[in-house]
Design a protein around this ligand. Sequence first.
Ligand code: FES
Length: 107
Amino acid sequence: MLAYLLMAFEKVAAPGAVAPGEMVEIRRGEQRMVLCHAGGEVRAIDGSCPHAGGPLAQGALHGTAIVCPWHAWEFDCRTGEHDFNPRVRLQTYPVEVRGDGIYVDCD
Ligand code: FES
């Protein structure tokens, strides 16, 4: 309960901004994030590839796997894990889809 109270959800997109099987990029200052609608849920994850900064939202979404458009590294959008190297992981963020929009705890 206390952890939930400390969360700082911010509205980042309108309801329905990301269709099932698609991704959209959102910006929060200099921070690039991806909203992806995969596995029946909207998820939020860092939007810059840790390999060389590729824009992940411009890549492909195969099921729950985000494929970087530059060199095809793959990440699970549910966990942020790289598909081969467990030491490489993208930050994921809690998401709430409410009646008036999509909210992300960006901190
Ligand atoms: S920048 Fe993403 S795989 Fe190289």
